[in-house]
Design a binder for this molecule. Structure first.
Ligand code: HDD
Length: 760
């Protein structure tokens, strides 16, 4: 994979080491020159996109001819006037007053004053990427959507997000993640605006402002930021027990993903697909990540929020830049479109319910690959506007009352956020299909509409544009019968069961996952001040599972209530657990700790093998720079003992020295101890920062390894004795790496939990 390592590998922490391509010995990095004279436009980076190639009315345009800001040779005003000086205001003498006539000063400050737009009211913090979706053709029997056809390739833009935090909040908070995909299909834009959790807190959109008010910081002091661990959130979810299911998912490891690349995505609602013959099928959409579903530990997530609040954003951009393009399969669960719209007793219009995959398997219908980073965060990631009502022929909605409110909300919010009704013309939002609308004028109108008769029918423009029937690709809503019923504000009886599905989720988790759930509830509720709130949550937990309830109650020092009735009898759904399978290790980050004094050949060997295996090797040493003392090809240091934190690595390796006389991996000199080598017992000299690095990684159940003299002592000094679960030592560095990769494919050394989960 990695043609070159991500930015962050070179830059974080500013250790002064020069960029070099790990695993590509001898390739000299390009040197930045001091610019001395104007030059032509800068080429975009390989993983960044060109400007949107479609005009506001959908025609393909030559983007190379378009203006690309800040790439031409001379500075201009917004009007294209070349400027001789942008560093000094126009003044009456160099110490005199600034003149009002300074048009450049006025334009520059005016524009700066208006650079910010309102952040999204929810999902404000996000990161995005461009990509492509390829249909498998397997869905054509149920949907006529052209982009689902066999091998049809459709450009996409995907934005991941947290829900509660502000734009500048940290990435790895405990929260739901948004997973919104814009498909630029030939029939118009289709947006699948989903989350990484398959259910929602509420069953009716009218409560959305309430759940969000409860989850956002308290209105008086505006704390806490980006977290649910506070009284108002738990007050709301305990008073609206329909939220119990979503809350339980949030308290599980799903609430703290390892990476956007390792999350599932869900359309949540039930949608209605329509095929060429007009036949309809109810479906739920699923995104299945090729890398599997993996999470952080809670302590890791908290540390990362301090040491690298951009962790997920960086991870996504770095992976794409390195060529490790993340992939997801789109799948559907299908259900017969009966008048009841239920499946095995589950009301498909209730967004707080899932249908277990064992009952209705997820059938793959296409592949999503993210392969390009945005070239401008504001223009693309910030201005992208999703809307569940952006549909294409072959995909229709159902009467889910949560979805109904969303169909109103998403258009409405863009008016405030993007400043007017023409946001569809912003490059990232432009459809790739021709646009012949009769929408006119308004703020930020960039289309130059032709014709004199923007109304229908007309005779002055020859009747154009004509309406398109289904046969001409027109979007015709499925003529579903609406119920003959009284107008009421009521919830159906079939929505009333709020605990059996959370119970199934709980029972489907492995012991270690359950332990994490208990710890999460206990942590969050211990941050609440009001005992009544905690007691109310415990009452809901008692109806989900008495063990869950009593363990959380113990942690809070409160009595565990009895269930209010008989517990639901449900079978577990193994598909809900994250633990047990093995997954590709592409893009995983392996730290190689060395003092550079000896055994460099082994470091080179392992570094190159990690790179060749599609993972990312980072050499960690006492200081930045390069090692070439053995006369071999230089080894560049990417991290130092001062700036390396265990949370960045999926596994750590200790490069010891070969035993004297050994030529196991060709070292010239033997020296042990990763620190000031002052003699004495090996490991005793080890730099405390290395010990911290290793012991923290051990506590987070990461695979650890080492080879050569001294490595086992260093590991033992850090409390990670060779032979304990997931600690691999051997004289042969390749053998160590092989076992480490095998452990990594299962994400963590689960055997180390629960004992190791106790945070010291
Ligand atoms: Fe929403 C943004 C997902 C219910 C109102 N929502 C937003 C985003 C995602 C979701 C991923 C971010 C899109 C982006 O990256 O720009 N929302 C969901 C899911 C829901 C859901 C999966 C339930 C199944 N949302 C929901 C309801 C309402 C909203 C019930 C209001 C009645 N959501 C919004 C919004 C946002 C939004 C206020 C904020 C920014 C935006 O739309 O463009 O309109």
């Amino acid at each position: 994979m990695a043609a070159r390592p991500p930015h962050g590998q070179h830059s974080a922490g500013g250790n002064g080491s020069e960029p070099e391509i790990p695993g590509r010995p001898g390739v000299e990095p390009p040197q930045l020159e001091e610019p001395t004279e104007p030059r032509g436009p800068l080429p975009p980076k390989a993983d960044q996109t060109k400007p949107e190639p479609y005009s506001a009315t959908g025609e393909e345009v030559d983007t190379d001819a378009n203006v690309r800001a800040q790439t031409g040779p001379y500075l201009t005003t917004a009007q294209g006037l070349r400027l001789p000086d942008t560093d000094h205001s126009l003044k009456a003498g160099d110490r005199g007053p600034v003149l009002l006539q300074d048009h450049h000063l006025r334009e520059k400050i005016m524009h700066f004053d208006h650079e910010r737009i309102p952040e999204r009211v929810v999902h404000a913090r996000g990161a995005a990427a461009h990509g492509v979706f390829r249909g498998y053709g397997s869905a054509t029997s149920v949907s006529k959507a052209a982009f689902l056809g066999k091998d049809v390739e459709t450009p996409v833009f995907v934005r991941f997000s947290t829900v509660l935090g502000s734009r500048g909040s940290a990435d790895t908070v405990r929260d739901t993640r948004g997973f919104a995909t814009k498909f630029y299909t030939t029939e118009g834009v289709f947006d699948l605006v989903g989350n990484n959790i398959p259910v929602f807190f509420i069953q009716d959109a009218i409560k959305f402002p309430d759940i969000i008010h409860a989850g956002k910081p308290h209105p008086d002091r505006e704390i806490p930021q980006a977290q649910s661990a506070h009284d108002t959130f738990w007050d709301f979810v305990s008073l609206h027990t329909e939220a119990a299911h979503h809350t339980l998912w949030n308290m599980s490891d799903r609430g703290i993903p390892r990476s956007f690349r390792m999350m599932e995505g869900f359309g949540v609602h039930t949608f209605r697909l329509v095929n060429e013959q007009g036949g309809t099928t109810l479906v739920k959409f699923h995104w299945k990540p090729k890398l599997g579903v993996h999470s952080l530990t809670w302590e890791e997530a908290q540390i990362i929020n301090g040491v690298d609040p951009d962790f997920h954003r960086r991870d996504l951009a770095d992976a794409i830049e390195a060529g490790a393009h993340p992939e997801w399969e789109l799948g559907i669960q299908t259900f017969p479109d009966t008048p009841e719209q239920t499946f095995e007793g589950i009301d498909l219009l209730d967004p707080t319910k899932i249908v277990p995959e064992e009952w209705a398997p997820v059938q793959p219908i296409g592949l999503l690959t993210l392969n390009a980073n945005p070239s401008n965060f504001f223009a693309e990631t910030e201005q992208v506007a999703f809307h569940p009502g952006h549909l294409v022929p072959g995909i229709d909605i159902t009467d889910d009352a949560l979805l109904a409110g969303r169909l109103f909300s998403y258009l409405d919010t863009q008016l405030t956020r993007l400043g007017g009704p023409n946001f569809a013309q912003i490059p990232v939002n432009r459809t790739h299909a021709p646009v012949n609308d009769m929408l006119r004028d308004g703020l930020h109108q960039t289309g130059v509409h032709q014709g004199v008769a923007p109304y229908h029918p007309n005779s002055l423009d020859g009747g154009c544009p004509f309406q398109a029937a289904a046969a001409q690709g027109g979007y015709v809503e499925v003529p579903v019968e609406t119920p003959k019923a009284a107008k009421v504000r009521e919830v159906p009886a079939s929505f009333a069961d709020h605990t059996s599905q959370p119970r199934r989720f709980w029972l489907s988790l492995t012991p270690v996952e359950r332990e994490h759930v208990v710890a999460a509830y206990t942590f969050e509720l211990s941050k609440c001040y009001e005992n009544t709130v905690k007691e109310r949550v415990l009452r809901t937990l008692a109806d989900i599972d008495p063990v869950l309830c009593s363990q959380v109650a113990d942690g809070l020092g409160l009595p565990a209530p009895d269930p209010s009735g008989r517990l639901a009898e449900v079978d577990p759904s193994p598909a809900l657990s994250q633990v047990g399978n093995s997954w590709p290790t592409q893009g995983r980050i392996i730290g190689i700790i060395t003092d550079g004094g000896s055994g460099l050949d082994a470091v080179r060997t392992v570094r190159d093998a990690v790179d060749a295996g599609g993972m990312v090797p980072l050499v960690i040493a006492p200081a930045g720079g390069r090692f070439d003392g053995d006369g071999g090809e230089p080894v560049t240091v990417q991290r130092t003992f001062a700036n390396a934190r265990s949370t960045e690595f999926d596994a750590l390796l200790v490069a010891g020295a070969p035993a004297r006389g050994s030529d196991a991996y060709g070292a010239r000199d033997a020296k042990a101890g990763l620190g000031p080598a002052t003699g004495g017992g090996e490991g005793a000299n080890t730099d405390p920062r290395v010990l911290h690095l290793l012991s923290e990684a051990y506590r987070h159940a990461k695979p650890l390894g080492g080879w050569g003299a001294g490595a086992a002592d260093v590991l033992a000094a850090a409390g990670c004795a060779a032979g304990s679960a997931g600690v691999v030592t051997d004289d042969d560095p390749r053998a160590v790496l092989g076992e480490i990769v095998e452990l990594l494919s299962r994400h963590r050394v689960w055997d180390r939990f629960p004992a190791a989960a106790v945070v010291s």
